[in-house]
Design a protein around this ligand. Sequence first.
Ligand code: ADP
Ligand code: MG
Length: 253
Amino acid sequence: MNETIISVKDLKKNYGDFEAVKGISFDVQKGEIFGLLGPNGAGKSTTLEIIETLRQKTSGEVWVNGISLDESPNEIKKIIGVQLQTSGYYPSLTLTELIHLFAGLYNETVDPMTLLDSVNLRDKANAKFKELSGGQKQRFSIATTLINKPKIIFLDEPTTGLDPQARRNLWELIKNIRNSGTTVIITTHYMDEAEVLCDRVAIIDSGRIIALNSPDKLIDELVDTGFERPKEVKKANLEDVFINLTGHVLRED
Ligand code: ADP
Ligand code: MG
């Protein structure tokens, strides 16, 4: 049965005279991977940060796991995991030290090895953050969202700038997190990624939701309008060539 875990109603956000978010409404179901898609400046990060309690809304209502954002933002903070900007990490601390530091902030005790195992970084326990590859940094930053055993995690463009192998590796990680019972909200500019990863997506443009459905249904709706893609002349693309030549194995170690 579907159970709503996030409910956003008529959310608006103005920056001065500029209306960045123009009254959007959507629900996220417990246990789904929900994607927010849209061009740069559409209002995705603003929307996420409002739900994360990190930004003030102008108007509208937000409920997270039955908790009102207006009434109990601190209760919401306790049950969500938010990816910090990786620039905010202390580059010279080891991963184990960083986990202890973050766990302390959350008042949680975590076993660093168990957490690092969950993102396949056990071998890097004593490496410094600055010594990690781009994909490893992203995996570590996703691990830090799990420290407080959240019901929901928020990932804002977690795969931007990663190579094809590292991107696929993160898809597996994000699916595993969802399969272990955590709801995931993610933004991405990669439509192939949204198609394989997201149960449902909302497409935002200029602060408005212009479509919301499963990727499959959105594609069917487009096809039903008579849309036809220019005929594919080849049965593979350059990404297929790349993956075929270099394999799926991560090359970052
Ligand atoms: P997205 O994540 O979809 O790229 P954002 O939510 O970051 O979009 O931004 C939405 C719009 O709001 C953009 O036009 C952006 O320039 C503007 N904006 C974001 N943050 C601020 C801010 N702190 N002050 C003024 N304008 C902002
Ligand atoms: Mg953004």
